[in-house]
Design a binder for this molecule. Structure first.
Ligand code: PEP
Ligand code: CO
Length: 391
C-alpha cells in the first residue's frame, strides 16, 4: 500500500466538511479526543470482519439499522434500550424468515454528522441559514447562530458515543456492533490508532464505518482515509456510481481482496434497481472481488410532501427491497443484508404500512433530525416480507 498515515487525507479534497471559525479551538478539541480512551476493541472489529465474510458467503444475514441522525439528547438509558429493543425484534424476525443467524450492526453511538445536498436552508419568510449538519456540527434551531459549526460539539459527540457504548456493553451479553458514516475526517483521524500487535491502523470510534454516497469520489479525501483503516467498511452506492468507478473503488479500498472487508450498500431507488443494479453486480463479478451486498431501500426513495415534510412511502421501500433481491438472484449474486433507518418509537415519518399512515398524518409524530425513519410496525412488516424472497 502506498504510504499512509491517519492524516494522509488532508492532502486531498474533502467534501461535506464544516468550516470552523476558530481553527485553534478545533485543534484543542481534537487533542482532547485523541487523548481519551478508544471506544471499541480491535478484537471486536476483527470478529465483525469475520462475521461479515460469513454473511457474504450466505451463512449469515446482516441487519444494519438505526436513526438517520442520532441526537445528543437521546443518549439516555431508555432511548438506548428502545433502539436496542427494535433491532433485537427485527433480528428475531429476520432469523425466522431467512433461517440464518442475524448479524446486527447499529447505526448508533456516533451517527451524529450528516452530509447535506444543499449548504444553505431556506425557510419561508426567512433569510437563508446554513444547513443543519448533525449534532456533531451545529444546532438544529432555525437561526444563523445555531447553525454555526462549533468544534466543541465534537467533544460532546465523542462523550455521547462513549456513554452509548457503555450503555450497550451493560445491556448486551456479547459485543454489540456499532457504526456510523465516516464523514468528519478530522474527528475520524483523531480516533484512529496504530495497533502494533496487528501492525495496522484501526478506527476505534466504531466497529464499522461507511463512506456516504456524496463522499465516495475516487480521488477524494474520504476514500484516501478509508483505504488506510483496517476496519470492515461500507460504501453507499447511489444512482450516479458507474460500474467502472465501482471496480476502481474496490481496487483502492481492498487491494488484497480481504474477505469481509467491503460491504456494498445499494440505495438506488426502487425505479432504478432493475436497470442500474445488474451492471454493478457484473462489475464486481468481473473484477473478481468478493463483497457483502446490502440493500438500503430508504435513501433512493425519499420525497418532499406538499406540506413540506420529507417522507418515504412504505410500498416503495418494499418494492426496492423486493427488486434488489430479484436482481441479485437473476445475476447469480446474493442479497446478504438490509440497511434501514428505523426507530422503536411510534413515529409517523414514513407513509403507508400496516397502520395506513397517510400524508396528512405525517406531522402527528415527526421527530427525526434528518431523514424519515420506519417505525416499529413498519419495519417489522418490511422484514417479514423477506419470507417471500429466496436469499
Ligand atoms: C444516510 O445513510 O443517512 C445517508 C446520508 O446515506 P447516503 O450517503 O446513501 O445518501
Ligand atoms: Co439518512
Amino acid at each position: 500500500m502506498p504510504h499512509w498515515v491517519p492524516s494522509s487525507w488532508s492532502a486531498f479534497s474533502a467534501q461535506q466538511q464544516p468550516v470552523y471559525a476558530e481553527e485553534a479551538q478545533l485543534v484543542r478539541v481534537l487533542t482532547q479526543i485523541r487523548q481519551s480512551p478508544p471506544l471499541v476493541s480491535v478484537a471486536a472489529i476483527e470478529a465483525l470482519r469475520v462475521a461479515i465474510a460469513e454473511a457474504a458467503a450466505g451463512e449469515r444475514f446482516l441487519l444494519q439499522g438505526g436513526d438517520c441522525a442520532e441526537r445528543f439528547q437521546d443518549c439516555t438509558v431508555s432511548e438506548v434500550r428502545t433502539k436496542l429493543g427494535i433491532l433485537s425484534q427485527l433480528a428475531l424476525v429476520l432469523n425466522t424468515v431467512t433461517k440464518k443467524p442475524v448479524l446486527t450492526i447499529g447505526r448508533i453511538a456516533g451517527q451524529y454528522a450528516k452530509p447535506r445536498s444543499l449548504d444553505m436552508e431556506q425557510q419561508a419568510g426567512m433569510l437563508p441559514i446554513p444547513s443543519f449538519r448533525g449534532d456533531n456540527v451545529n444546532r438544529r434551531s432555525l437561526s444563523w447562530k445555531a447553525r454555526q459549526a462549533d468544534p466543541r460539539r465534537l467533544w460532546v459527540g465523542h462523550q455521547c458515543a462513549a456513554i452509548t457504548h457503555e450503555h450497550l456493553r451493560a445491556l448486551c451479553t456479547s459485543p454489540f456492533y456499532t457504526s456510523h458514516e465516516g464523514l468528519l475526517l478530522p474527528y475520524e483521524e483523531a480516533v484512529t490508532y496504530q495497533v502494533p500487535a496487528y501492525g495496522r491502523y484501526y478506527n476505534l470510534g466504531a466497529h464499522f464505518l461507511w463512506i456516504g454516497d456524496r463522499t465516495r469520489q475516487l480521488t477524494g479525501a474520504h476514500v484516501e482515509f478509508f483505504r488506510g483503516i483496517a476496519n470492515p467498511i461500507g460504501i453507499k452506492l447511489g444512482p450516479s456510481v458507474s460500474p467502472t468507478e465501482l471496480a476502481q473503488l474496490l481496487d483502492i479500498l481492498n487491494p488484497h481482496r480481504q474477505q469481509g472487508r467491503i460491504t456494498l450498500i445499494t440505495r438506488l431507488g426502487a425505479h432504478n434497481v432493475p436497470t442500474l443494479l445488474p451492471p454493478l453486480i457484473h462489475a464486481v463479478q468481473d473484477a473478481d472481488h468478493s463483497v457483502l451486498w446490502v440493500c438500503d431501500p430508504m435513501h433512493g426513495n425519499g420525497f418532499i410532501a406538499e406540506t413540506g415534510y420529507k417522507t418515504r412511502d412504505f410500498t416503495t421501500i418494499c418494492a426496492d427491497l423486493d427488486r434488489t433481491d430479484a436482481v441479485h438472484r437473476a445475476c447469480g449474486s446474493r442479497l446478504g443484508g438490509l440497511h434501514i433507518e428505523v426507530t422503536g418509537n411510534a413515529v409517523t415519518e414514513c407513509i403507508g404500512g400496516p397502520e395506513g399512515i397517510r400524508l396528512c398524518d405525517v406531522p402527528n409524530n415527526y421527530q427525526t433530525y434528518c431523514d424519515p425513519r420506519l417505525n416499529a410496525v413498519q419495519s417489522l412488516a418490511l422484514v417479514s416480507q423477506l419470507t417471500s424472497l429466496s436469499l
